[in-house]
Ligand binder design. Structure first.
Ligand SMILES: *Cc1c(COP(=O)(O)O)cnc(C)c1O
Length: 400
């Protein structure tokens, strides 16, 4: 079968809820992936930051294979020997007290909403069914009915209502708007430290510090969704460290498994997770021994290979290189660590076409919204790799 055969199969039998670039991949190693025709590409998306450790990392493979042979799933009706070790290692790395493991990112978001509401009723004393959670415009927190209900992206919501009540939407990066939106019934404020899907939108300096102070003063839980920004992507283990703050509840996912398997977690610093009692929440696969073994290996790779530090250094180098490209089609280059975006002018004619040309030159990336290209390669990238990418990006933008 050739690429077109595989594409035809997907089109015929699959739902068309994605519009992927027409490249059919069947192998990956580090920052590189190969298509079924043997062409090699640099992956500058990293599955939306899920493969921070690089594709098919040998140490994660080894952990996965070993654990697969021993025990994969017990359900939480019984205990397993990987879970406690996973908890302790994750808490030590992220400076947390408690963990609740789930699978996809969206499940972690649903979990945190339930936890924050419960906390609101049990601890804060909010009257029954009145708890409010404040979120931001242009947020991306996942795809469930509740989550798309508080999205401001029409594509994500239209035709899926009725939605879950109890959410208030304020502008991102505006601490005064948060202060105004808080009422005695506000249980939590949930925000991404950097809005990834919105196009790598970085809030004004000091925003998270103000937000933290406002939440503390009003007895409101601060929830940071670090599913994309966490685990080294921005040059810190968690993006909150750039501002020296600690959220009450933090969400991680994606790179928690190095891209092997869906593993997500809710991290808690104030014992907020203590409000959940047996039987009130759960997941058949959450916290299973295979997931824990894979996540433990994925976390170990981040530390052993200094990937957080490399993200900071290589991110600065990449961003600098992009900033030096002189091209009237570039409106702005922005980013932190290896989460970087080029926003093109409207006159440039849309980001999609440039992504397609980059693919032909061997570099895979994806447009976010119409005019922005995101670059988020695996954190194992080197200077030489970045030079290789910069050459192709420069020539593509100039139409060469
Ligand atoms: C990807 C993502 C999610 C959702 O994760 P899934 O595993 O796709 O459900 C939630 N929040 C943010 C910030 C994300 O980037």
């Amino acid at each position: 079968m050739n690429s077109q055969n595989y594409i035809d199969l997907e089109d015929e039998f699959g739902a068309h809820n994605y519009k992927p670039l027409n490249v059919v991949l069947n192998r990956g190693e580090g920052i590189w992936v190969w298509d079924v025709d043997g062409n090699k590409y640099m992956d500058c998306l990293s599955a939306y930051s899920a493969v921070n450790q690089g594709h098919c990392h040998p140490k994660i493979i080894a952990a996965a294979v070993e654990q697969t042979k021993k025990l994969t799933l017990t359900s939480r009706a019984f205990r397993n020997d990987q879970l406690g070790l996973f908890y302790r290692e994750l808490c030590e790395l992220t400076n947390s007290h408690k963990v609740l493991p789930m699978n996809s990112g969206a499940e972690a978001v649903e979990t945190v909403i339930k936890t924050a509401r419960k906390w609101g009723y049990l601890i804060k004393g909010i009257p029954e069914d009145k708890a409010e959670i404040i979120v931001c415009k242009e947020n991306f927190h996942g795809r469930t009915i509740t989550i798309v209900g508080f999205s401001t992206d029409e594509n994500s919501r239209a035709g899926f209502g009725p939605f879950t009540p109890g959410f208030k939407i304020i502008p991102f990066g505006d601490a005064a708007a948060l202060k105004e939106a808080i009422t005695p019934n506000t249980a939590a404020f949930m925000v991404e430290p950097i809005q990834g899907e919105a196009g790598v939108i970085i809030p004004p300096a000091g925003y998270l510090n103000e937000v933290k102070a406002i939440c503390e003063k009003n007895n409101v839980i601060l929830i940071l969704d670090e599913i994309q920004t966490g685990l080294g992507r921005t040059g810190k283990m968690l993006a909150e460290e750039h501002d020296g703050i600690e959220a009450d509840l933090t969400l991680i996912g994606k790179a928690l498994s190095g891209g092997f398997y869906p593993v997500s977690a809710v991290l808690s610093n104030k014992e907020v997770l203590g409000v959940l009692r047996p039987g009130e929440h759960g997941s058949t696969f959450g916290g299973n021994p295979l997931a824990c073994a894979i996540a433990r290996a994925a976390l170990k790779v981040l530390v052993e290979e200094n990937l957080v530090e490399n993200a900071e250094k290589m991110g600065a180098y990449f961003k600098q290189g992009l900033s030096e490209i002189k091209n009237p089609r570039i409106k702005e280059v922005r980013g932190k660590g290896l989460l970087i975006a080029i926003e093109l002018t409207k006159e440039a004619g849309g980001a999609r076409g440039y992504c397609e040309t980059l693919m032909e030159k061997g570099l895979l990336c994806k447009e976010t919204h119409d005019n922005t290209i995101r670059f988020a390669p695996p954190l194992v990238i080197t200077k030489d790799d970045i030079d290789w990418a910069l050459e192709r990006i420069e020539s593509t933008l100039s139409g060469a």
